[in-house]
Design a protein around this ligand. Structure first.
Ligand code: ZN
Length: 264
């Protein structure tokens, strides 16, 4: 059993996408959450997910580390999701969030950065996730996680997932208290901060992901990132917490199934 709670299937080369999914499921992976980068990416994610009903949960959105959508494009994407929901399709909202890396890199160069349009875009996606009662996959790290958390609570989003979460201990405590979820990537095998987080965060709000095709280091250096790597994530979390690997695998799988609504 294994779920990959955050994967960019459409960011693999075109001739690897179908094979990557087929290989993952053949290797015993039960399901993946396939997030999207932008409107065209959403359509490719939807096409790929249609081949694996119940196993590939598509998520539709616009990644924050790129210029935000214009008002008309944003309205069109939100209306598309409303229509799919009305048609009874299962999907989540994502990947959406705030441009931590784009902003801090601009600030480091001494350039002004206007965060307002990004906050407005996330506000619209949070509103939509609450309206349609869909899970939302968030890219919001460090101080941006606090801003995103406020928007989620403001709109009454029921299921928010801070993917590859990193942040100050006060922010971590706020997310834990909110009942929202975070996920851990294969860097839990070698990143001290992530190891500390994975050892202590409430296990009932924890998931495993790869963010593939993002490449990892340590024992994964030079290896194509694949959903089955979430097994190593679960085993490492088990070792850090002094628990049996099967117990942690069962827990993380159950969390991802329930959070994203697999098998419903
Ligand atoms: Zn991602």
């Amino acid at each position: 059993m294994a779920y990959d709670a955050h994967l960019h299937v459409d960011q693999y080369p075109p001739d690897r996408r179908e094979a990557l999914l087929a290989e993952a499921f053949a290797a015993g992976v039960d399901g993946v959450v396939a997030v999207s980068m932008h409107p065209a990416s959403c359509e490719e994610t939807r096409r790929l997910a249609a081949g694996w009903p119940g196993r590939v949960m598509p998520a539709y959105g616009h990644h924050p580390e790129q210029p935000p959508l214009g008002a008309a494009e944003l309205a069109r994407l939100c209306d598309r999701m409303r229509q799919l929901a009305a048609d009874g399709e299962a999907f989540a909202v994502g990947e959406v969030g705030l441009p931590y890396y784009t902003r801090t890199e601009a600030e480091a160069r001494g350039e002004p950065f206007d965060e307002a349009p990004y906050l407005a875009q996330l506000d619209a996606f949070a509103r939509l996730a609450a309206e349609l009662d869909r899970p939302i996959a968030l890219h919001a790290v460090y101080e941006d996680a606090d801003k995103a958390l406020e928007l989620m609570e403001l709109h009454g989003v029921r299921r928010a997932h801070f993917h590859w979460y990193k942040g100050a201990s006060e922010t971590t405590a706020r997310i834990a208290a909110s009942g929202y979820f975070i996920s851990v990537t294969p860097d839990v095998l070698y990143e001290p901060d992530i190891r500390e987080l994975a050892a202590a965060f409430p296990i009932g709000q924890l998931m495993a992901e790869t963010d593939g095709p993002w490449p990892f280091e340590g024992p994964f250096a030079g290896t194509e990132t694949a959903p089955a790597m979430t097994r190593a994530v679960a085993r490492e979390i088990a070792a850090l917490r002094g628990l049996a690997p099967e117990t942690v695998e069962r827990e993380l799988d159950g969390n991802t199934r329930a959070f994203y609504g697999f098998g419903r």
